[in-house]
Design a protein. Structure first.
Length: 398
């Protein structure tokens, strides 16, 4: 069957990790794949997750299927995270939430559902965006278009270009937005900018689809949901794909959610009916464990507070590594102002390193960076930061 078929190319990010694992050099550093690392270079299991798993182990009485949308407590707690516990969206029952297999699964389920009712729509993605966004929505059958976002000259948000692009998006098209901690740039909108984008979406009639993979990794759980809250206030239809891989460390549990917000409770009930039929033919119902862990933590006040504290530790460590990288390059006399790295948020940074430099770092120093210069700051530690800074300084002088 496969003798005359060419092998598919490796994923640009996961393929980099495979190359890293096969590299025998002891000093190797992986700054590619978007996985949190602690100061020891490990991806830890949070203490609150361990505690929740003990509770589940003691009380779990069955391994029977979950409902198609997943556990109801999970859905309720996801909505509280997205909108705030006292949100009008929740009290008016305008939101329908289903447990999906990770943020990627949520994006794909949303894409399939939108394709069913908006077959001629385009999906507009930011320039740049997470590489897998393209694959997810193209495979769902959509044509893609881009809107302005990042200015490589200023290393900052090009908000005028963004507004100009979005003003020309036709009604009924879908606009994919990064709710916080933009991947790959680390450059986010502020509260006033979100307000303007939400107002523009309502005025133009396009469908917002927010990818919310890093809630709590920017400034705080509350601050990071600013964009979601602004769209909720407009009363229009929109989608949110959320992930708990990063902020709960549940990478291999594939725990995410798709939330559809509608103008009324009646609309939401119709949306949920079609969401369930979409899920049924893809994976029938979600894996239980990760969702039950999240539901247990968020519905238990003590565990909830423990989670917030552990999340703050992860967020603050990444911010500290941003500062250490900028200070380290400055102390080595590297030309240029890298202070924009400390203004970015989340795990990622568009470092400004060229593809030639990225290749040199990999070949000569065993430092793995995604093409385009995206760095995962969580891959930096106190034990490797000097090595990385020395290597970048040397590379820029070659």
């Amino acid at each position: 069957m496969w003798q005359k078929v060419e092998a598919a190319p490796a994923d640009s990010i996961l393929g980099l990790t495979e190359a890293f694992k096969s590299d025998s050099r002891a000093e190797k550093v992986n700054l590619g794949v978007g996985v949190y690392k602690d100061e020891q270079g490990s991806t830890p299991i949070l203490d609150c997750v361990k505690a929740a798993e003990k509770i589940l182990l003691e009380k779990e009485a069955t391994k029977s299927y979950l409902p198609i949308p997943g556990d109801p407590v999970y859905a309720a707690e996801v909505q509280k995270l997205l909108f705030g516990g006292d949100s009008e969206v929740i009290t008016s029952k305008r939101a329908a939430t289903a447990h999906a297999p990770g943020g990627t699964g949520a994006l794909r389920v949303g894409g399939d559902l939108l394709k069913k009712f908006n077959p001629n729509a385009k999906v507009w993605i930011s320039n740049p965006t997470w590489a897998n966004h393209k694959g997810v929505f193209v495979t769902a059958g959509f044509e893609l278009a881009e809107y302005g976002y990042y200015n490589p000259e200023t290393k900052s948000l090009d908000f005028d270009a963004m507004l100009s692009s979005l003003a020309n998006v036709p009604a009924g098209d879908i606009v994919l937005l990064h709710a916080c901690c933009h991947n790959p740039s680390g450059v986010d909108l502020d509260a006033e900018q979100w307000k303007k984008v939400a107002a523009l979406g309502k005025e133009k009639g396009w469908i917002p689809f927010l990818d919310f993979a890093y809630q709590g990794f920017g400034e705080s759980v509350e601050s990071d949901r600013c964009g979601v809250v602004e769209f909720a206030a407009t009363g229009i239809d929109f989608f949110v794909a959320s992930s708990f891989s990063k902020n709960f460390g549940l990478y291999n549990e594939r725990t995410g959610a798709l939330t559809i917000v509608s103008p009324s409770a009646d609309d939401s009930a119709v949306a949920m009916s079609h969401l369930k039929t979409t899920i049924r033919v893809i994976y029938s119902n979600p894996p239980a464990h990760g969702g039950l862990v999240v539901a247990t933590i968020l519905s238990n006040e003590e565990l909830h507070q423990q989670w917030l504290a552990e999340l703050a530790v992860m967020r603050d460590r990444i911010k500290a590594m941003r500062v250490a990288l900028v200070d380290g390059l400055a102390s080595r006399g590297v030309e240029g102002d890298f202070s924009y790295i400390t203004a970015q948020r989340g795990m990622f940074s568009f470092s400004g390193l060229s593809d030639a430099i990225v290749g040199w770092l990999r070949d000569n120093k065993a430092i793995y960076v995604v093409g385009g210069g995206r760095i995962n700051l969580a891959g930096l530690t106190k034990s490797n930061i000097d090595y990385v800074c020395d290597a970048i300084a040397e590379a820029l002088k070659v």
